[in-house]
Design a protein around this ligand. Structure first.
Ligand SMILES: O=C(O)c1cc(=O)[nH]c(=O)n1[C@@H]1O[C@H](COP(=O)(O)O)[C@@H](O)[C@H]1O
Length: 237
């Protein structure tokens, strides 16, 4: 399994969100030497498929963010289908329930020592308290994140995806063991866009994030490599 990062720049995972495989490969080649892993998500995977993962895996560990969410049998089958791509990390929605997560973990064990880190997405960072309550969840994001964290970690997830705002409460409740991957990260002065629960890279890591996921502030910069380097340089070595 992918080891917990130690140095500043190893904590940064650029999100390669594009539908163009050529652009994804160019960004991946440029960013790989300066980061801990590269995140490939739904936009690239739905456009370019498994071939995108095959092309980028030789460059850096791949965090394959497909946010699986279905009945346990279907999710287990999807995990088995993904294992030959050798992703270092995989996401599934905590809201899929304990049986779904347990089925994914059992399927992932098929990769033995090389099994991917399984990360349960808690409450999407694009949801504020109002948007979350519209989905029928009252009590606010922190309470729901802690509820899903307990469920997911108990069912076999190795870690969680949460916003920077819940990192402290998760560490208080569950200690240092869960791997925490944190999107919704915005360097000071960059646009939040559709992200609702944000903080800076420094704040997220100080709170206890293992990895931070940063997409548009890097990929939309005039010089993505310089933007990545500046984020890594601001983190503790
Ligand atoms: O699972 C994720 O990585 C994820 C979970 C979440 O709650 N919020 C979130 O933004 N993400 C992903 O993190 C990346 C954030 O991209 P930027 O908003 O451009 O930095 C995107 O690829 C999202 O799909």
């Amino acid at each position: 399994m992918l080891a917990r990062p130690r140095r500043g720049a190893e904590r940064v995972i650029p999100a390669i969100d594009t539908a163009e495989l050529g652009r994804a490969e160019a960004l991946a080649a440029a960013l790989a030497p300066g980061c801990g892993a590269l995140k490939l998500g739904l936009e690239l995977f739905t456009a370019a498929g498994p071939e995108a993962v095959r092309r980028i895996t030789p460059l850096a560990p791949v965090f394959l963010d497909l946010k699986l969410h279905d009945i346990p049998n279907t999710v287990a089958g999807a995990v088995r289908s993904l294992l030959p791509l050798r992703p270092a990390m995989l996401t599934l929605h905590g809201a899929g329930g304990a049986a779904m997560i347990a089925a994914a973990r059992e399927a992932a064990e098929g990769a033995g020592e090389a099994r991917p880190v399984l990360l349960a997405v808690t409450v999407l960072t694009s949801l504020d308290a109002g948007a979350l309550s519209e989905t029928g969840v009252s009590g606010g994001p922190v309470q729901q994140v802690l509820r899903l964290a307990r469920l997911a970690l108990g069912a076999g997830a190795d870690g969680l995806v949460c916003s920077p705002r819940e990192v402290g409460p998760i560490r208080d409740a569950f200690g240092e063991t869960p791997l925490l991957v944190v999107p919704g990260v915005r360097p000071a002065g960059s646009a939040a866009g559709d992200q609702a629960r944000t903080a800076t890279p420094e704040e997220a890591v100080a709170a206890g994030a293992d990895w931070i996921v940063v997409g548009r502030p890097i990929t939309g910069a005039a010089d993505p490599v310089a933007a990545l380097r500046a984020i890594g340089a601001g983190l503790p070595a």
